[in-house]
Design a protein around this ligand. Structure first.
Ligand code: NDP
Ligand code: 2IT
Length: 449
């Protein structure tokens, strides 16, 4: 990096947040692609554009006490990071996972600001969650936890203030309990305060499918621009949650052969193609481990995760990381390239670490970056907010068509920015630049706040 302003800000972020490695990683990845843009705007230094961009507008952290089924009181930590509201109400998911901490909340909030800008819809960026572990908890325990979490969160959100949704460990069951508690405390049917709601009380058709479908729409455009299609390609997808399942569904619809999926314990390899109905039953209905899949498909194999996810050793043309951050490191990237991978599509947030990204780009592997490629979920959340404001709803096809248009437009923005700034097919840089320009312009217009 030769731009001294950029370097100064990056060093200060590292120093001030030295105990937050994921946040530093996310900021580093963005700033290292902005050099040519910052060179063009020397006036940004005087108005501390970058210093303001990397500092959340507000971080809320709170106690979440709840009673388990044995009548023992448990205490978790809850968060909401309201990162940047320049483009609209803070918008972003809630994650319930034992690994949640301030660093993870801040990296997710920071990336959300850029992602939401790329959707071209009026939403700012935020993220929240808790270190609560939903695994093995009864339905009653989940409900009591969600109610206690909302007792505090309700002070900080609202349809025009901050609109949470789901993420890891938070699906329609949790959103239902959260919404019920918000309605009771506020005595207000404010449908637009949360998205990802059930279809019978203000949810949007196609929101459940949106992140996974959107990822595949983005992949379709990226492959098309490079003379390829998904048809006949061998695909591996990490995770078996909301994003992974609907990425698999759309990829199969486009004629890809999805041969592997995973969870945190291991992966299944099904050379004849994953039977998605079985995965849906195991994960969406029964909430069991993916190893159960062997009961549905005698030709499949199960490989346990020991050090790093086993799935990245399976030969594939296209790899879709759809589980969690940093799931592809340099060693996994080398294995994927050795096995002939041509494209990576990030369904998860920051699934590829910096060394792995560089390795893919240096080996001419196409990389669809998370901020752009998984924006279909939040974009459809924004469409849910629109429908709630209108007190109306659109059909599945109407929402799905809008989603497709939004993803196609996001790809075009990434491609155009990458070309304009001499980055060729480096869509990581393209996404960061396109989003940054939009956010910076709005921040400049709104003054020093
Ligand atoms: P789910 O909770 O539905 O599924 C998560 C999946 O990832 C599960 O298979 C889970 O396995 C696996 N996983 C989670 N954490 C880890 C871990 N530390 N190590 C290994 N595997 C893990 O979440 P989503 O599908 O909603 O989210 C997946 C990713 O997509 C996340 O990065 C999220 O931020 C991102 N995302 C989600 C969007 C959405 O709309 N839901 C939108 C955009 C991005 P196990 O069950 O064993 O824990
Ligand atoms: O990371 C993400 O974009 C999400 N978890 C979805 C957020 C949303 O508000 O729908």
């Amino acid at each position: 990096m030769t731009n001294t302003y950029l370097e100064k800000v990056l060093n200060s972020v590292k120093e001030k947040n030295s105990h937050e490695p994921e946040f530093i990683q996310a900021v580093d990845e963005v700033l290292s692609t902005l050099e040519k843009v910052i060179d063009k705007h020397p006036e940004y230094e005087k108005i501390a554009m970058l210093e303001r961009l990397v500092e959340p507008e507000r971080i809320i952290s709170f106690r979440v006490p709840w009673t388990d089924d044995k009548n023992q009181v448990q205490v978790n930590r809850g968060y909401r990071v309201q990162f940047n509201g320049v483009l609209g109400p803070y918008k972003g998911g809630l994650r319930f996972h034992p690994s949640v901490n301030q660093s993870i909340m801040k990296f997710l909030g920071f990336e959300q600001v850029f992602k939401n800008a790329l959707t071209c819809l009026p939403i700012g960026g935020g993220k929240g969650g808790s270190d609560f572990d939903p695994k093995g908890k009864s339905d009653d325990e989940i409900m009591r936890f969600c109610q206690s979490f909302m007792n505090e969160l309700q002070r900080h959100i609202g349809a025009d203030v901050d609109v949470p949704a789901g993420d890891i460990g938070v699906g329609s069951r949790e959103i239902g309990y959260l919404f019920g508690q918000y309605r009771k405390i506020r005595n207000l049917y404010e449908a637009g305060v949360l998205t990802g709601k059930g279809l019978d009380y203000g949810g949007s058709l196609a929101r459940k499918e949106a992140t996974g479908y959107g990822l595949i729409y983005f992949m379709r455009e990226m492959l098309k621009a490079n003379g390829e299609t998904l048809k006949g390609k061998t695909v591996i997808i990490s995770g078996s949650g909301n994003v992974a399942i609907y990425a698999c569904e759309k990829a199969q619809e486009y004629g890809a052969n999805v041969v592997a999926m995973s969870d945190s314990n291991g992966c299944i390899y099904a050379p004849n193609g994953i039977k998605l109905d079985a995965i849906k039953e195991i994960k969406e209905e029964k909430r069991l481990r993916i190893s159960e899949y062997l009961k549905y498909d005698s030709s499949a194999k199960y490989i346990e995760t020991v050090d790093r996810p086993a799935i990245w050793s399976i030969k594939a043309d296209v790899a879709l990381p759809c589980a969690t951050q940093n799931e592809i490191d340099l060693e996994s990237a080398k294995k994927l390239v050795e096995n002939g991978v041509i494209a990576i599509g990030e369904g998860a947030n920051m699934p590829t670490n910096k060394e792995a990204i560089d390795y893919f780009l240096n080996h001419k592997v196409l990389l669809a970056p998370a901020k752009a490629a998984n924006a279909g979920g939040v974009a459809t959340s924004a469409l849910e907010m629109s429908q709630n404001s209108m007190r109306y709803f659109w059909s599945f096809d109407e929402v799905n068509e809008k989603l497709d248009g939004i993803m196609t437009n996001i790809f075009e923005q990434c491609q155009k920015a990458a070309q304009e700034y001499g980055f060729g097919t480096n869509y990581v840089a393209g996404a960061n630049i396109a989003a940054f320009r939009k956010i910076a312009k709005a921040m400049r217009s709104q003054g020093i706040i």
